[in-house]
Design a protein around this ligand. Sequence first.
Ligand code: NAD
Ligand code: TYD
Length: 339
Amino acid sequence: MTIFVTGGAGFIGSNFIFHILKKYPDYRVVCLDKLTYAGNLSTLASVTGNKNFRFVKIDICDRQSVFNLFKEEKPDIVVNFAAESHVDRSIADPEIFLKTNIIGTATLMDACREYGIKRFHQVSTDEVYGDLPLDRPDLFFTENTPIHTSSPYSSSKAAADLLALAYYRTYGLPVTVSRCSNNYGPYHFPEKLIPLMIANALNDKPLPVYGTGENVRDWLYVEDHCKAIDLIIHKGRAGEVYNVGGHNEMRNIDIVKLICKELGKPESLITYVSDRKGHDLRYAIDPTKIHAELGWLPETKFADGIKKTVKWYLENRKWWEDIISGEYKNYYEKMYGKA
Ligand code: NAD
Ligand code: TYD
């Protein structure tokens, strides 16, 4: 079995590679990654010596190179994590989101059509459903909730989901889509809420909370997400969407306060800043379908997951300090030369 993992030098993709190589020692894993600012080869250091692992620096929009790699490796399964993933960057400059998240996904699926595939899995987000009101805690996203996006990021992910489902219907490509809530855990890039707050708190820098801090996200420990994708690619039904997450809802401000407490830092570091444009209020997943069909439920409680995550950032300071200082760019240039 050969699995292509696109975006495997990023946060969730790298955790997925570790999960697959550990659980299926006879699988071959090929990581396809462009190494954008968010991709970090040092994250994959522990597996680069594994004979079942190969890293290929590639842009998923580069049709010729993608087709050549499919011809050479003949993957059985493709799991597409590669994306521009940060909402704030999409608000500042949408274009690359449209290229990578939409054209890139279509390019991969065209290669799947050309060379044949057992499964193409699109890793998507609950943000395609838009948001829920703060005063209706009884409402949750199901797979039937209408697509209703707020940001250029979520719009580009929604477009990719629709394309994937269209390739299933039109070409019979065996596609699955998972829509997951906010992940957290090791190797999370320090521009996102939890790692940014941990890094800033450790450096005694202000903790910038958008708006009132009352926005709610449904947090999922990254290993639980990887287990869900593992189940979907092996046992999920082609043409189906699976929501992943559930019942770990937290207000941003409560997370930031918890991080201060875990690190022994004063809440006076918290600074309220201008709100994000179009800021989604609340995300909350109903995981009934994936639980009923595949037996998946989140295993890690937020109280335990956040402790593990804080500990990881304390023990792996070099990883995120190199990123913040731009050191990882030098590392990349040493490995591959200038892009
Ligand atoms: P990330 O930003 O940490 O990693 C993205 C990776 O994709 C990086 O390694 C980057 O180099 C690579 N990449 C970007 N453009 C590329 C291109 N054109 N060709 C090849 N590689 C490219 O993202 P993440 O947080 O790990 O998210 C992974 C996927 O999961 C994304 O599709 C995202 O939309 C989705 N998702 C993320 C979350 C979350 O909470 N982080 C939640 C739900 C869904
Ligand atoms: P983020 O980690 O960017 O994920 P997403 O926007 O995909 O949910 O942000 C999570 C929440 O935290 C979101 O409501 C925005 C908020 N936030 C802050 O308040 N301050 C910050 O510095 C960041 C990065 C996010």
